[in-house]
Design a protein around this ligand. Structure first.
Ligand SMILES: Cc1cc2nc3c(=O)[nH]c(=O)nc-3n(C[C@H](O)[C@H](O)[C@H](O)COP(=O)(O)O)c2cc1C
Length: 165
């Protein structure tokens, strides 16, 4: 199976989760940022997994990232704002015939979500979802990931790999 995990990550938490999920799915799974995952690269994916942080209660958009720009200099480290926000990446994604899944990273609490919307967007393009959207938790606004979340991400990836085989 040709599996691709695509992520947007400003402070690295979602990138780390994406790598753990790919690990769980199995050897050969590619992990690509939204700037690397061009439509041609993901066109023939048998399993497309997409993930991003929850920002301002939802999927990162150009507008939501304006809020993140004000964090530069205030956050413990500068965010990586070089990748297209997930919303924009989904807008450029072509129709697909493979399976799909989605995850997000967020603080614990009723502060919005991104993965259900990301999953719906890929389903609208023809991908078929395998499992429910997943959330992995950080302990503060910028991270780090809570203890055990990378293991949970790896197990989610294993499950995904099994169900997509
Ligand atoms: C400006 C900003 C806004 C955020 N908004 C939310 C939010 O609305 N809901 C939430 O659950 N987490 C929110 N978070 C927490 C991030 O989703 C969380 O830290 C995420 O893991 C960051 O992922 P990254 O390191 O891959 O960028 C916010 C963080 C920042 C810096």
């Amino acid at each position: 199976m040709n599996a691709v995990v695509v992520f947007e990550s400003l402070w690295g938490n979602t990138a780390a989760v994406a790598r753990a999920i790919a690990d769980g799915i199995g050897p050969g799974t590619r992990v690509l940022s939204t700037s690397e995952a061009t439509p041609q690269v993901v066109a023939d994916a048998g399993l497309l997994v997409a993930g991003c942080p929850v920002i301002a209660f939802g999927v990162p958009t150009q507008q939501r990232l304006e809020g993140v720009r004000t964090e530069v200099g205030r956050a413990p480290s500068d965010p990586d704002l070089t990748q297209p926000p997930m919303h924009q990446w989904l807008d450029g994604l072509a129709q697909g015939t493979g399976r799909c899944a989605a995850f997000d990273t967020r603080v614990r609490g009723p502060f919005g979500s991104a993965s259900p919307k990301v999953l719906r967007a890929t389903e609208r393009l023809g991908y078929r979802s395998v499992v429910k959207p997943e959330a992995l938790h950080v302990s503060g606004k910028y991270g780090p990931l809570r203890d055990g979340e990378l293991d949970r991400a790896r197990r989610w990836g294993q499950d995904l790999g099994r169900q997509s085989a």
